[in-house]
Structure formats: structure tokens, C-alpha cells
Write a protein that binds this ligand. Sequence first.
Ligand code: P6P
Length: 336
Amino acid sequence: MRRPLGLTVSRHILDSQRLHPDASGELSGLLNELIVVCKTISAEVNMAGLAAIIGLSGKKNVQDEEVQKLDEFAHLTLVNRMARCGYLCVMSSEEEEEVIEVEPNFEGNYVLAFDPLDGSSNIDVNVSIGSIFSIHKRRSTSGPGSSADLLQPGHAQVAAGYVLYGSSTMLVLTTGDGVHGFTLDPNVGEFYLSHANIKVPERSTYLSINEGNKQSWLPQVQAFFEMLTQQDEEKQRPYSSRYIGSLVADFHRNLLSGGLFAYPRNTKDPELFQGKLRLLYEAAPLAMIIEQAGGRAITDDGRNILDIEPESLHQRVPLIIGSKLDVDDAEEYFTR
Ligand code: P6P
């Protein structure tokens, strides 16, 4: 379907709903509620420098990380609005150890996992940060949901997306019919279609990884990334390095321009033996987006991210994600 630029995201969601005659409209309602939350967070993030809410809230989250005030605001804004939206039976957030229940008698048929404000350590230095979300249909039939409804593999997601709070605020969304980008007009308070049907270049020349951890990677991972920095005319190597340390910002640049992002496991830090990034609300939604855009997402031992059966809400995974041919090369190296 041709999507004229300037279409509002609400209209796009309705058009997508029409592609599924059996759709009840619940997912559309859920996405529209989520979009209101993201607009609210965007306004706060853009005010952060002025509203003197920069800095630490003095509290720590389940990851034992300092919680920035904006983290807290984003988390509470999301939870408070979505708990009463009537479309969810349970939620999970990076900021909360346990599942988050919805209001009694407001239970719906979907589940939401989210990272309310990823990259928040970059807030005070004005580097782009983002919210990431993943939506599944519930597995249970009625009443309050549980972690069993949340612990589903990435290939079962019905929708995934992120909002990047950068030089402009941009929503990138997939409901399984391609990936589309919407840019917020803050004067109108509307997200307008600005990047229809995004496709990631299948080969790139950009490498996005924290080379400071090189000595901690698996040997085959060290060898692969060393190769990318060697001269190879045919494969346009050495690649250039682009890494800002904010997942949504790094991912978004690679989605639009092509690139290979990697956060492999750290064999020297027991906390990071399974990587740093979270499966449920970081790797799986970004993997759905990148596959819908023609790219791939695997672990540093060659498993497809979308096939991993989650065992816990905050499970970490090694993540290699981006341009298809670059991920193919990595997979070949990692499975030798
Ligand atoms: P490192 C930010 O804290 C984050 O969770 C992601 O947004 C980012 O990709 C990663 O950590 C950066 O980690 O170890 O390179 O600073």
C-alpha cells in the first residue's frame, strides 16, 4: 500500500487495521494510548534541561542503576496510563523487578513489555535517548495476566517500536506489515509519516560496538570484529566505527543508513555473561523491526533472537543486529 507522507500515525494504524478484516480494533486502541504516553515523555525529555529535573533521583532501579528523574517520570507515565487503558492484562518494565498488574476490571487481550527510557545515562549530556516497546497477544484466556503471558518468543510479537527523543522526536513502528517512521510536530502534537516502509541497506560499512570490551568477547567474536577493521577492497573494509552508547540512537542510525550493532557477552563479568541488553524489551522488539526492514538479529553464538524462549523478565542476551549481509557474515564466523 502506498502511504502518502504527512499521514498521521493514528490514520496509519487504522489503515493497517483495515488490512486485517478480523481485527477487533483493540491493538489500534492500545497503540494510540501508547502514542499519547510517548508524546508526554517527549515533552518532558525536551524540557529536562530547563525543568531542573536533570540529575539523579537518589533512587536505584532493579538493575541497581541510579534512576534518573526522567527514567522515573517515563516509567510512571507509562504504567499509570496503560494500567487503565483496557487493552492489557499485564505489563513488564525495565524499572520494575516483578510483573506490573493492570487495574482490576480493566483487563484486555494484550501484554506490553517496555524500556521506558533507554540510554538514560546520556540524559545529562544531551545525547539522544529512547523508549522501546514490545506487544504480544495474551496466552491466558481472561482475568489478570502473569509472567507466562509475557515470556513469549520474539517471533510471536504482534507489534514493536521505539520512540527516539533526538534532534526531533521520531516513532518507528511495525505491526508486521513493514516498518514506518513518524516524526512529531510539537506545535501540533501529531506524529506524521516521514519514513514510509523503511528498508535497512543489506550491506553497510559501519560498525557499532564498544571496542573497550574487546578482551572480554568470545575468541570467534574477537576474530570477526578484528577482520572488519582489516583492509579488504572487495568488502569495502575497514569499516568505520559509529558508537554513541545509546541503543536506540545507535540502532536508528543503522536502520536508516545501514550498519552492524553488537553487544556481545562479556566473559569476564558474571553480570554480563549473557550480554548487557535485555531480551524482552530491547533485543526482541528491535529484532522484529530489523527483520521487517530486511535485516537480521542473532546472538554471538548464532541463535536467531526472535526464536529465543524467554526464561525470565529481565533476561539478558548477546545482540548482533543490523544489515543482513553483515549479520550473515557474523553468523558464519560465530558458528564455525
Ligand atoms: P556500554 C545504555 O546504558 C545501554 O543500556 C544501551 O542504551 C547502550 O547500547 C549500552 O547500554 C551501552 O553500554 O557498556 O557500551 O556503555
